[in-house]
Write a protein that binds this ligand. Structure first.
Ligand code: PMP
Length: 422
């Protein structure tokens, strides 16, 4: 494996060999409660009969692959469901194998439709690892090349601890963000920007998000110029944020293109774009993905989506997420914890050196390790590696939430005490 591919827990790397519900077991037989789901991807949980059975049934047909040169019933059915759920009239859906490919495709569609390679992107965002998606990724740790097929213009992130928006909230932040957009359009752009890409909640960036309505406020300005809006829902889609099915719905907008991946396959490789027909159809040559939406991943996708809807996992994310959020808020009394933020089952904890806004990745790593030692898996992220990310399967129960909360509480108390001694 190449040196640039990170593994959690360093020398003490974890090998997950089996899973059930929200729990996984490692090669040594230790069981953990999983609050990260392989980066918000095991969205329903492990070993869910409805999903495993649907995939097995497809495998039992003997057909794992046909290519999209042949009709794939599962794919068409899934496309119709996603088109309906998108809220976009007369939508088209294109399936890929990953979030990167989904965003790469959306950028292809938008730049062709608008005959422009200028894209607006948001600092601290993450959109993938190919040249175009890396070019719109505003996160130094993940930007491994400056080569770009796009000309990218940057907007400030909604980070409330540092940077242009520090200390701002609500209407003040929205106003500053819109001023920033107008300034960028008036100064550095060449006047015919194709689209803007944004995550409703920045995932890799540490679950940073603007106030509700921010994307809607941007949208008014974009509309003055015919600039398309691409919502990257790779982490925020399918009800994870609790209040809404899509993250962008908190902003009162319907994007022109929505990209998705991760959770929709619950681990099977599935991503895609849903968008307005005239934009999706703007590609002027043949384009196709050999594996995208193949019979097995499409079978998984249908089973996942049916499960999410029939079990109201969005409602569960809201209910169980608020237990976590309410339980974590009081921990702000610890000096090392500067922010508890998020919605639904997407919660970030930001750590700093006590009494400052200086990021503390070491104390974050300590909390992260203590969680594992006490049987809880969480994620890490943020621009400075100082955010603990909580993104469990949306089937998380109230009891499991309380169990995880107790582990987190103890880990933060311990790390805080150690930081004062050391
Ligand atoms: N967009 C967002 C918001 C993501 O979080 C990710 C993955 N972390 C991607 C795109 C890229 O997805 P993938 O790793 O499946 O290519």
């Amino acid at each position: 494996m190449p040196a640039w591919m990170p593994v959690y827990y360093g020398e003490d790397a974890l090998e997950i060999v089996s899973g059930s519900g929200r729990h996984v077991t490692d090669a040594e037989g230790r069981t953990y409660l999983d609050f990260f789901g392989g980066v918000l991807t095991t969205m329903v949980g492990y070993d869910i009969a409805e999903i495993s059975d649907a995939v097995r049934a497809q495998i039992d047909t003997g057909v794992a692959h046909t290519s999209t040169l042949y009709l794939i019933r599962q794919q068409v059915e899934l496309a119709e469901k996603i088109a309906r759920l998108s809220g976009i009239p007369d939508a088209r859906v294109f399936f890929t194998n990953s979030g990167t490919e989904a965003n790469e495709s959306a950028l292809l569609f938008a730049t062709n439709a608008r005959r422009s390679n200028q894209i607006l992107a948001v600092k601290n965002g993450y959109h993938g690892r190919t040249f175009a998606t890396m070019a719109v990724t505003g996160h130094r740790s993940w930007s491994s090349s400056s080569l770009s097929p796009l000309t990218v213009h940057w907007l400030a992130s909604a980070d409330r601890l540092r940077g242009r928006m520090a200390g701002m909230s609500g209407d003040d932040l929205v106003e500053a963000a819109v001023d920033d957009l107008r300034e960028v359009l008036a100064t550095v752009s060449a006047g015919d920007v194709a689209g803007m890409i944004a995550e409703p909640v920045q995932g890799v960036g540490g679950f940073v998000s603007g106030p509700d309505g921010l994307l809607g406020a941007y949208r008014k300005v974009l509309a003055e110029h015919g600039i398309l809006l691409i919502a990257d829902e790779v982490q925020t889609g399918w009800g994870r944020t609790g209040d809404h099915f899509w993250g962008h719905q908190a902003h009162g907008v319907t994007p022109d293109l929505i990209t998705f991946a991760k959770g929709i396959g619950n681990g099977f490789a599935l991503g895609g774009v849903v968008g307005r027909a005239e934009i999706m159809n703007a590609v002027p040559a043949i384009s196709f993905s050999t594996f995208g939406g193949n019979p097995v991943s499409a079978a998984a996708g249908n089973a996942v989506l049916d499960y999410v809807l029939s079990h109201d996992l969005q409602g569960n994310a809201k209910r169980v997420g608020s237990i976590l959020l309410n339980g974590l808020q009081p921990l702000l009394g610890y000096g090392i914890l500067a922010d508890v933020r998020g919605r639904g089952l997407m919660i970030g904890l930001e750590f700093v050196r006590t009494g400052t806004t200086e990021p503390d990745p070491a104390v974050t790593a300590r909390v992260f390790d203590l969680c594992r030692a006490n049987g809880l898996l969480v994620g890490k992220g943020g621009l400075y590696g100082n955010v603990i990310r909580i993104g469990p399967p949306l089937t998380l129960t109230e009891d499991e939430a309380r169990t995880g909360l107790a582990v987190l509480t103890e880990a933060i108390a311990t790390a805080d005490a150690e930081s004062r001694v050391g």
